[in-house]
Design a protein around this ligand. Sequence first.
Ligand SMILES: Nc1ncnc2c1ncn2[C@@H]1O[C@H](COP(=O)(O)OP(=O)(O)OP(=O)(O)O)[C@@H](O)[C@H]1O
Ligand SMILES: [Mg+2]
Length: 259
Amino acid sequence: MGRVLSIVSQKGGVGKTTTAVNLAVAFARRGLKTLLIDADPQGAVRYGVGLRRGHPTVGFDDYLRGEKALREVILPTALPWLRVILAGSVSESADHSDFQHRVGESTVLADLLAMARERCHVVVVDTPPGLGAITRRVLAASQHVVVPLQCEPLALQTTPQILRAIQDVISINDELTLEGILLTMFEAGNPASERVVHYVREHLPQHLVFDTPIPRTPATADAFAAGQPVVLRNPADAASQAYVNIATRLAERLAERFA
Ligand SMILES: Nc1ncnc2c1ncn2[C@@H]1O[C@H](COP(=O)(O)OP(=O)(O)OP(=O)(O)O)[C@@H](O)[C@H]1O
Ligand SMILES: [Mg+2]
């Protein structure tokens, strides 16, 4: 039985999708059979995971509405061990309320994740920002969660909120382990960025914060703009190496729990 790892944060734009995509790729390159699911109706995974030009854009929403079979929405990627389920048609429209309602009010997501666990080693789930109905459904069916925290001044104000939210989340599902807070977009030498790292390390238990921050690098942003995961496009980049390092540690922890 595989494990479900969700990427969740209160705030938007902190690097969730970048983290989900690059961890999924790094797991697949280690030979773990990996499925990446985009549960965010914004559908950003589609632009960053390196699908071929002209690939189908169907996904979770189309399966949810009964318009596509599961096998039609599981898309192959450039990596043999990585498959992806995009958000699907919902990402084409500005109104996501129906999708949120459908996911929030049904057990389809939990059923899908349970099924995926039967066939994969790791199921990585990208979520929308905040702890709304979709994210709560994802967390209720996950065994592991990583919380990216962007190294910018606002992080200092939102950290207590994040901690409360995590406690809240763990109480939903006693199978769930917070694997750690992942500091993202770290800029060495930038006092504001260094302050965040220092503050977080001082105020949070050591085991709750990954000791490798993900640096902010031009290659990461460029890779996303080019539709490729940075760990594939630019493996020597510092952010790629940090993601591979985190994936290695997570893979070891997850592997202890494969049944
Ligand atoms: N390590 C990094 N270095 C440089 N740019 C980065 C890095 N990580 C993320 N970014 C950029 O920051 C922006 C936000 O990242 P991303 O889309 O992954 O965040 P998100 O948390 O998924 O956002 P949302 O809440 O909207 O889903 C993107 O433009 C991405 O390319
Ligand atoms: Mg995102």
